[in-house]
Design a protein around this ligand. Structure first.
Ligand SMILES: Nc1ncnc2c1ncn2[C@@H]1O[C@H](COP(=O)(O)OP(=O)(O)OP(=O)(O)O)[C@@H](O)[C@H]1O
Ligand code: SF4
Ligand SMILES: [Mg+2]
Length: 342
């Protein structure tokens, strides 16, 4: 192994990743002139509105929720592609967003990598695999000699079940699953500790999804990787997660250990998501079909934003926003759970 590749830190028991009250607002106002002429106010969209969680080293937190609930925005906040509007991120004890702005930030970016949904869009079609995977090694000054670089690219390809001979090919010469393996190899090039995976298998056929997920699990075990894993597919989440965070309109409504969440979901929204999976083993509760639409995030409902869709909503629910509280061994934001009504 090259001298530039450092050994990983031992496990300390402290969470590697701690997000505290993370929020991100987007200004989606009409253009300035229209605003002035039509007397329209500025419009802010709260894509992520106060999300807190922690992930222990070597573990996987999965984020689930319907389209538009803010999962990708959380991912982008975690890797520094977005700055938070409020709150922050501690990575291995340091303020990540402060560090991203300093020269030290480069070192941190090496340790946090992201895998995207569409492996074709994230790989440069005009580059051969050797250059695609080698780029982060060169960019971070980890390896520069051609022979050394090729050897490491070969190792990385092998680690994701591809052949070192594949390094002279172009992305279009691979299947979707193989392309996603190339993205994973590229993400692993800098020996990161934390991988943020945004729907990494959603674009793949079901049979290929399982292969890629198994590779990711093997790599996690071998290299002690920590994952934030985003998926709207609860079957996938069940396969990979240690903990699950359920998001609704920019907020976490339930965070629980995977077994607990699937066996005994607390929040009415979590129950609704689980009830929508036909093959999910049933716990004896009465099923509630997924009802209603996700509200417009520009005009979210008052109080608990889930109240227009919730079978347990009452007057308190439409007036008062529930906080994420530790109840019944999980974290849940629901008045009915707090009051023991459900
Ligand atoms: N750059 C942006 N500018 C304006 N609005 C944005 C931007 N990025 C996201 N949004 C809005 O923020 C909200 C959350 O979007 P996000 O992409 O994080 O959701 P998501 O949970 O990843 O959805 P999906 O499952 O469809 O990928 C949505 O209402 C989206 O329209
Ligand atoms: S707070 Fe009220 S509306 Fe919201 S999920 Fe709980 S019961 Fe339903
Ligand atoms: Mg997304």
């Amino acid at each position: 192994m090259s001298a530039a590749i450092e050994p990983r830190k031992p496990t300390t028991g402290e969470p590697l990743v701690v997000a505290h009250d993370l929020a991100r607002t987007f200004d989606v106002s009409p253009p300035w002139l229209n605003r002035v002429l039509e007397r329209k106010p500025r419009v802010l969209l709260h894509a992520v509105d106060g999300v807190s969680f922690s992930i222990e080293r070597g573990k996987t937190l999965a984020l689930v929720g319907e389209s538009g609930c803010g999962k990708s925005t959380v991912a982008r906040l975690l890797v520094g592609l977005y700055a938070p509007t409020r709150g922050g991120l501690q990575f291995d004890g340091q303020d990540a967003h402060a560090a991203f702005k300093t020269p030290e930030g480069r070192k941190l970016r090496r340790r946090i990598q992201m895998i995207f949904q569409d492996p074709y869009a994230s790989l440069n079609p005009r580059w051969i695999v050797e250059d695609i995977i080698g780029e982060p090694l060169r960019e971070h000054g980890i390896l520069s000699g051609k022979a050394e670089l090729r050897e490491r690219v070969g190792e990385l390809l092998k680690s994701v079940g591809l052949s070192p001979l594949d390094m002279s090919k172009y992305p279009h010469q691979f299947s979707g699953g193989q392309r996603q393996r190339i993205s994973i190899a590229r993400a692993l090039a800098t020996q990161p500790e934390f991988l943020v995976c945004d729907e990494p298998t959603s674009a793949l056929d079901v049979s290929v999804q399982a292969q890629v997920l198994n590779i990711m699990k093997d790599l996690q075990r071998e290299q002690g990787l920590t994952y934030l894993f985003i998926s709207h597919n609860l079957a996938v989440v069940r396969h990979v997660a240690d903990q699950v965070g359920v998001m609704y309109l920019g907020r976490l409504v339930e965070v629980a250990d995977k077994q607990k969440l699937f066996a005994d979901p607390q929040h009415p929204y979590t129950r609704m998501l689980l009830d929508a999976i036909p093959q999910m083993k049933h716990t004896g509760r009465r099923r509630t079909a997924v009802q209603g639409e996700v509200p417009n995030p520009l005009n979210p409902p008052t109080g608990c934003t889930f109240h227009p869709r919730c079978p347990h909503a009452n007057a308190r629910c439409s007036a008062e926003r529930p906080q994420l509280l530790s109840l019944k061994g999980v974290q849940v934001a629901c008045h009915a759970v707090e009051e023991g009504r459900i």
